[in-house]
Design a protein around this ligand. Sequence first.
Ligand code: 9D3
Length: 249
Amino acid sequence: MRFDVVTLFPEMILESSSYGVTGTAIEKKVVGLSVWNPRDYTHDRHRTVDDRPYGGGPGMVMKCQPLCDAVDDAKLKNKNTDYKVIYLSPQGRQITQELLVEASQYSQLILVAGRYEGIDERFIDAVCDEEWSLGDYVISGGELAALVVIDSITRLIPGVLGDEDSAQQDSHMNGLLDTPHYTRPEKGELGAVPNVLLSGNHKAIERWRMKQALGRTALKRPDLLKAKELSAEQDALLKEFRNEVHESD
Ligand code: 9D3
């Protein structure tokens, strides 16, 4: 996977991607990351990337030409034709794990991060294949969204995560919330670890964890549970969880 980010703040992308899982994947060259600053594609002495909006109104709009030339340069970096140009914007489709899994199949993602009020609509229509959003809240530009995409897709690339994490990822993508986690001490000021986790009975532990995942999803994210088909065993576990919750009322 190659990520090419078109941004007025390239250091923000490079610096933030140098940590942890993404940092290691870039070092190992499992993923490629390059940044393209529209300002480097201007030709005037002030290196102008924005201008006033036609029709009036507040704020500035990013000009087409520097963005087009930056994207063209990013495309030259890749011999493959299976790329997508994605504009991160508040008007976009909300990013989900499903969307990211699908996008991870491409060999190059060109991520366009906007600043100011936005980008000239003609660039979006002519150059961008998709428009993605983080959700219904306002942030100051597309860079943080591009970083979310880079991080989450990098984790999906085979070999990037260790085996343990990959298994955990599977369970996170099964449509349920995660099970609770505990580490030492066994008993502390904040309470004790559930006995079953100390039992060494792997079958019972697995059963308990599934019950917790089902129960927590029912309590915290009923929308996720509604979208999911439960097996007969899961149905029974969820009923058990609900009975146990009522007992402590
Ligand atoms: C005053 C007009 N604003 C409406 C609330 C428009 C506006 C323009 C530009 C709002 C935000 C931005 C910058 N945001 C992004 O570039 C962005 C974003 C976001 O704000 N929310 C969720 N996902 C994303 S992806 C890119």
